[in-house]
Design a protein around this ligand. Structure first.
Ligand code: HEM
Ligand SMILES: *[C@@H]1O[C@H](CO)[C@@H](O)[C@H](O)[C@H]1NC(C)=O
Length: 579
């Protein structure tokens, strides 16, 4: 008579959720921000599994009953931008759910304050970092002392010396990709190829592994060692389907036999397993190389991420040995990482280090093709900076001298990141304590266990700050006349908190300079010798082809980071500049 219990269980579940919702509603009322309601917590497993199917149905419900579903997934802030804030006439609002409270912030000063208080007050939520802990804990998924240890060990390799490597490798990859694109004629793989380019820059600069663009396009997995995917394809499968990867990790805990998994999940398992194996292999090779050639491993550079990680894992072992002999805790100033943490960080730097930059490059390239006037604008600058001697021979371009002068190229990057920021909202958490937060000059009391989102997409498009054309891609808004005599223009400085694609405060992105150097090198090299346009389809006019391309750009969604849903829908044509 078990089925008798079904309605009872169901009723209790609903009542339980209702109770939690009511408790949250009371707490939200106490905070005092405008409120929105959602009957579902967006990290609810059942919802994660069914939302793609249910959302279109919910949206058809009468009286806006399903309206909440527009905000019930990670990354809903694109393309909402500042709209919800404008509608509620507030830089802060709360979403009441049966899970945890969600607060959204678009006041630049509070944003800055939240990000500054990242170490104790507004930390990373355990619910979020638990699902992002692929292969092991890492700098992106930890708080407190553990985070400090990861941060101190993994960030020093990304210094100016490394930037010069990034610059050279970016120029080299760009030369190769453009030769390839010229031959192709109609390039529909701008995004995929940008991913390959950026991955190669990253592996060269952080792992000491160099790839040729061409070879990797045709390369086969190392079947002799039992691989089905290449390193690149394994990593891309994970990044392109991060939602599925997260779901897989949740399902994995249920210990379902592999044979019973749906095909997509099996493929994800394969990608995760093989990626792990590739990393293990790289670590092993590096160790063998270090052992046989003395100090220098494969990565001749002793200060890159790979060698630094290996050194700290060796120190972990030394620490363990020391403790074993001493019978007590050894000094904590030893820079150590466990093997699992080494893999966790290799994973996170591999992902964070190329997915974001690659997508920014591909958005910018397509936008340049849509608005060719900006191509001329950059060209002017590039021609001026490289007028003496080196000219179009990008192999001769010097990092230190030229990078700071390429301000228009930087402006292209900033304007692209403003509208298509890879991270559209930054999640933080009040953990076990209550926090006061000042919003637009008034003080508010934020209860424990509240998720607080810095709404980057809203900050970047607030018409109150950016003006009526806030949603228009207009790179010149970043350039202003210089007050010094030897420079005519400079990048316009923005007040704190209004433009934060890399966030700010102690957890600021350690790859900020890396990404800027790579982007500027790629765009400058492209525009010095090439012009790009959209390939027209059927009988469409130039204007119609631009509108179509812009729609493809706008049709983006957060899949781990912001991405175009159908990037292959735009065909681009590259032509060598005649001059
Ligand atoms: C346009 C390119 C990039 C953008 C827009 C970007 C953006 C961000 C943002 C917003 C965060 C903060 C996330 C959070 O705290 O919730 C972050 C963190 C991070 N980024 Fe980037 N990133 C970019 C490129 C890179 C590159 C090239 C690397 C590596 C070489 C990198 C490595 C990291 C790491 C390791 C963290 C975690 C840092 C910590 O929590 O202490 N990123 N990035
Ligand atoms: C780092 O964590 C944030 C959440 O705080 C997430 O949005 C971002 O995608 C993560 N990056 C990586 C590479 O895991």
């Amino acid at each position: 008579m078990l089925y008798c219990y079904v309605p009872i269980v169901f009723f209790s579940l609903v009542a339980w959720q209702g109770l939690k919702f009511y408790k949250n509603y009371k707490a939200a009322q106490e905070i005092g921000f405008p409120m929105l309601a959602s009957p579902i917590d967006k990290l609810n497993r059942f919802w994660l599994l069914t939302k793609d199917f249910l959302t279109p149905l919910l949206r058809r419900l009468p009286f806006g009953l399903g309206e909440f579903s527009q905000r019930a997934y990670m990354g809903w802030n694109f393309p909402d931008f500042y709209k919800t804030h404008a509608r509620l006439k507030s830089d802060a609002f709360t979403i009441v759910t049966p899970g945890e409270l969600e607060v959204y912030i678009a006041d630049p000063e509070s944003a800055e304050d939240i990000l500054k208080r990242a170490q104790t007050d507004f930390v990373k939520s355990p619910a979020l970092y638990d699902i992002l802990n692929f292969l092991g804990q890492n700098v992106n998924t930890t708080n407190g002392m553990t985070w400090q240890r990861h941060r101190r060990i993994t960030t020093p390799p990304f210094n100016e010396r490394n930037s010069a490597v990034v610059w050279q490798e970016s120029l080299k990859q760009t030369r190769e990709v453009l030769e390839f694109w010229e031959e192709l004629g109609n390039v529909r793989t701008t995004t995929d190829d940008s991913m390959t380019l950026a991955l190669h820059v990253l592996t060269a600069a952080s792992l000491g592994v160099k790839y040729s663009f061409r070879e990797s396009l045709t390369s086969k997995p190392q079947t002799t060692s039992g691989y089905t995917l290449t390193y690149r394809d394994a990593l891309n499968t994970i990044i392109r389907n991060m939602g599925l990867a997260i779901l897989f990790r949740m399902v994995e805990k249920l210990q379902i036999p592999k044979a019973m998994l749906p095909a997509k999940m099996k493929k994800m398992k394969l990608a995760l397993d093989e990626f792990h194996r590739y990393l293990t292999q790289m670590v092993k090779d590096e160790r063998v190389a270090i052992a046989t050639t003395g100090n220098t491993g494969l990565t001749t550079d002793k200060a890159n991420l790979m060698s630094v990680l290996l050194r700290s894992s060796d120190q972990a072992k030394a620490k363990a040995n020391l403790e074993a002999t001493l019978g007590e805790e050894s000094p904590t100033n030893i820079a150590y990482l466990s093997d699992e943490e080494v893999y966790g960080n290799l994973f996170v730097y591999n992902v964070a280090g190329h997915d974001t930059t690659a997508n920014t490059i591909s958005y910018a390239v397509i936008l340049l093709a849509i608005y060719p006037e900006w191509q001329e604008w950059i060209s002017e600058e590039v021609d001026k900076v490289f007028s003496e001697g080196v000219g179009k021979d990008t192999g001769q371009w010097d990092y230190e001298k030229s990078f700071p002068k390429l301000r228009k190229c930087q402006a292209i990057m900033f304007e692209t990141l403003r509208l298509y920021s890879p991270v559209v909202s930054v999640p933080r958490y009040t953990a076990h304590s209550r926090q006061t937060l000042s919003v637009n000059g008034k003080s508010y009391d934020i209860p424990p266990h509240t998720n607080i989102f810095v709404n980057v997409a809203a900050l970047h498009t607030n018409p109150g700050y950016w003006g009526d054309d806030a949603l228009t891609w207009r790179p010149s808004r970043w350039i202003t006349k210089s007050t010094s005599l030897d420079e005519d223009t400079v990048i316009k400085a923005q007040p704190p908190g209004v433009f934060i694609p890399w966030i700010s405060g102690p957890r600021v992105c350690p790859g900020k300079k890396f990404a800027q150097v790579e982007f500027v090198a790629v765009i400058a090299a492209m525009m010095s010798s090439w012009r790009v346009g959209i390939v027209r389809e059927g009988a469409e006019t130039q204007e119609q082809s631009r509108i179509r391309a812009l729609q493809i750009v706008q049709n983006s969604k957060v899949e781990f980071t912001l991405k175009m849903k159908k990037p292959n829908g735009v065909g681009l044509k590259w032509i060598r500049k005649s001059r």
